[in-house]
Design a binder for this molecule. Sequence first.
Ligand SMILES: [Mg+2]
Length: 223
Amino acid sequence: MSFSTLFFDLDATLYPSSNGLWDQIRLRIYQFMRGELGLAEDIIPATRDRYWTTYGTTLEGLRIHHQVDPDDYLAYVHDLPLDQYLEHDQALRDLLISLPQDLWIFTNADRRHADGVLNELGIADLFTGIVDLISMDFVVKPNPKAYQIALARAGEVDPKNCVLFDDLLVNLNGAKKIGFTTALVGENGIPGQADYHLPTIHAIRENMPHLWNGKDEDHNLES
Ligand SMILES: [Mg+2]
């Protein structure tokens, strides 16, 4: 069978986590919880991890337990000079353009941040659409509802026609349960945990050449 839609996570998937941007976003989240909410320093990491594990994002925990306004939070944590971390990525642009499938962004961040990142990378015009946490009504990956919303937005009936590229295994596992093919992006995962494992997003062709064939040949599974 062939794939018709490819979903791409944004942060730490379309750019390497080593560029420092993702660390800065996490620092801004910490600063928001410390400075804006006045939480004690020693409880912030555990609180953040608990919210993230329980609700899929730190924001959802802050909304439920601290009545945080999502717009305020998102503007604060993404208030970063993206051009200091990201640059035009012609190799990625050429690679994405060559793919015959429909390309979608599927991110637990908000659209404003996604637009900023995609513009810096020079690939904003290559995606049919963006599924962000607002369009998911804050019910984000890995909640099963998030994948259903993404499929509906992309006009896909069968998840078997879809691939998700993501740097987080928990998000891929949620997709796998529904029937997506999964590709773990980045150096952190252990080979075999997802259907495919790409050290960087630039390695799609080497690892998944069948995406260009229009037919799904023998999976080069690492498991
Ligand atoms: Mg990510």
